[in-house]
Write a protein that binds this ligand. Structure first.
Ligand code: GLC
Ligand code: MG
Length: 580
């Protein structure tokens, strides 16, 4: 039989495959969606108290839909005295009053279901609030709850003065130990004083926290973002002769109050932590076995790539689907060269297990906004990277419109990370208030965030022109670029396509995504000067490329065609190009 004959016989088979889509693996909801992070306190205030709330989120869910977003993860909404704005939880089973009621939460879930938006909650397993019933009972001498926390005797010097047990430092500066007279001992808090660490070497704590997970899964949430996971376990002091050992010095700083003063070998990234993540995944999977819906876990750890990958699983057991990939936050910024950008983006792709997805995160409530870390001109370029690289996209609320860090005076500063500097001049470098200012909906009073007289943080300057309402009706706006990217992302090329990248020169980073015989190229210029690049470097690029999406300051328009071998890229310009 000749070649021609054989291919004719094969045709119906190929056709059937193409129609049924059998050649493409089926993807689960979380593998294709965009996760949008909402910081509830700052998203939308429904009752005029100047604080965002659940009803505000419920009434704004259509906005997520408008952007093609299918899931949102919410920073904590649970009962809290707010020393760390909800990351200090007093009752894991209750909603914070100022955010609403359990009924409001249920309404939010119902609305989300109607719109097919998955709700992911923040699980804060490392610590409770010092106002939790568990901690209060511990202080009263209730033994069960005493064992929920990490206690240690102080050390007494030759003058009879008591000091903390060892040199451990809190992430938010100063000793990680706080004395309680009621107990006559110090408790460990890796974050603020109001966040006593839970003792994961106690099986009761392990079970209790699994019950917290079950409680919210029973309410229909689609998973959890797991907070501060790297800090879950400390070494077992029994392995060190019954005392928690001092951590060695990094010699990076002379400031003994700084978290960077110590190398956290006894308090961070312990193997037991990874084991705990696998156990939680088992709980998630019990739920999937019941109703078929995959529950996702995103883990927050600013760790080495080797450590980060352990959260995925170990070959035998599964862990998180999305150990957050923080390279766009920690490794690069607006001063980075194209080569440094390529190097950073390659990192996760290189280290991740072959059968897992990468994920891309450019911002969150703990880090300055993209417009500050990169530049306002690079907002679209960064969104192109986040939404079009292979893997799952995560967007922090406001990055789709290019919100800027708000100015928050020392007097108005409330974030403990800023306040704990005790430094009215340099506090802003540590404060996380600037990236938490109210979401900018419109040019109305308080940017349309609240009808109250005062908002919990000031609205950022310039909101009259930088807001959702204006950007919806402006042809070239960050929001419209974002929407176009979100739509383009549904193309098979971005779901299944392969990836290749290059630094053309000091400024221009580019990548190609291709699937079968179709391809797109994304080009981002990280410098303010113009360059001419030769895109025929990429296989399959010959004569022309056509603009599909361009950054807002770019003079190039969709459908404009350019010669591929000499394309001029202006300063900070970012383009998505179709290969002809
Ligand atoms: C995580 C949160 C941060 C919080 C800390 C302590 O890093 O993202 O906002 O302060 O954990 O819970
Ligand atoms: Mg409110």
């Amino acid at each position: 039989m000749g070649i021609r004959m054989r291919s004719i016989l094969l045709l119906p088979v190929l056709f059937a495959l193409a129609v049924s889509g059998e050649s493409d693996p089926e993807l689960d909801w979380w593998e294709t969606t965009i996760f949008y992070q909402i910081y509830p306190r700052s998203f939308k205030d429904s009752d005029g108290d100047g604080i965002g709330d659940l009803n505000g989120i419920t009434s704004s869910l259509e906005y997520l839909k408008e952007m093609g977003i299918g899931a949102t993860w919410l920073s904590p909404i649970f009962k809290s005295p707010m020393y760390d704005f909800g990351y200090d939880i007093a009752d894991f089973y209750a909603i914070q009053d100022e955010y609403g009621t359990m009924e409001d939460f249920e309404n939010l879930m119902a609305k989300a279901k109607e719109l097919d938006i998955k709700i992911v909650l923040d699980f804060v397993p490392n610590h409770t609030s010092n106002e939790s019933v568990w901690f209060e009972e511990a202080l009263k001498g209730h033994e069960k709850y005493y064992d929920y926390f990490v206690w240690e005797n102080g050390t007494v010097d030759e003058n009879g003065v008591m000091h903390p047990p060892n040199n451990w430092v809190s992430v938010f500066r100063k000793s990680a130990w706080e004395y309680r007279e009621e107990v006559g001992q110090y408790y460990l808090h890796q974050f603020v004083i109001g966040q006593p660490d839970l003792n994961y070497r106690n099986p009761d704590v392990v079970e209790e926290m699994k019950n917290v997970v079950r409680f919210w899964l029973d309410k229909g949430v689609a998973g959890f973002r797991v907070d501060a996971i790297a800090h879950l376990f400390e070494v077992d002091k029994a392995d060190f002769g019954g005392v928690y050992p001092d951590e060695p010095l990094t010699r990076n700083t002379d400031d003994p109050d700084s978290y960077d003063y110590l190398d956290h070998i006894y308090t961070k990234d312990l193997d037991e932590t990874v084991e705990m993540v696998y156990q939680w995944r088992e709980v998630f999977d019990e739920y999937k076995a019941k109703d078929g819906l995959t529950r996702v876990m995103m883990t927050e750890a600013y760790s080495s790539p080797q450590m980060t990958m352990k959260y995925f699983g170990n070959g035998e057991r599964l862990g998180a689907q999305m150990p957050f990939n923080f390279v766009l936050i920690s490794d690069v910024n607006g001063r980075s060269s194209a080569a440094e950008i390529k190097y950073a983006l390659d990192k996760f792709l290189t280290f991740k297990p072959i059968d897992q997805h990468a994920n891309w995160v450019a911002g969150n409530h703990d880090n300055n906004r993209v417009s500050s870390r990169f530049s306002p001109e690079l907002v679209d370029g960064i969104n192109m990277i986040v939404l079009l690289m292979p893997g799952i996209a995560v967007t922090y609320m406001g990055e789709e419109i290019g919100m800027v860090d708000g100015y928050v005076s020392w007097e108005d500063t409330v974030d403990p990370s800023g306040c704990n500097t005790d430094d009215p001049i340099n506090y802003w470098m540590a404060s996380r208030d600037p990236e938490r200012t109210p979401f900018q909906w419109s040019a109305d009073v308080n940017a349309g965030f609240s009808e109250g007289n005062k908002t919990w943080l000031p609205v950022a300057e310039g909101f009259e022109n930088l807001n959702v309402e204006v950007q919806r009706v402006t042809d070239k706006s960050h929001l419209n670029v974002y929407k176009a990217l979100s739509l383009l992302r549904t193309d098979k090329i971005f779901r299944y396509g392969r990836y290749e990248s290059v630094a053309f020169n000091e400024g221009v980073f580019a990548f190609r995504r291709w699937y079968k015989n179709k391809a797109y190229i994304v080009v981002v210029n990280f410098r303010q000067e113009a360059y001419t690049i030769d895109l025929t470097y990429f296989e399959g690029v010959n004569k022309k490329v056509e603009v599909v999406i361009s950054s807002i300051q770019s003079p190039k328009k969709a459908k404009d065609a350019f010669k591929a071998n000499a394309l001029e890229i202006l300063g900070s310009e970012a383009l998505v190009l179709k290969v002809d």
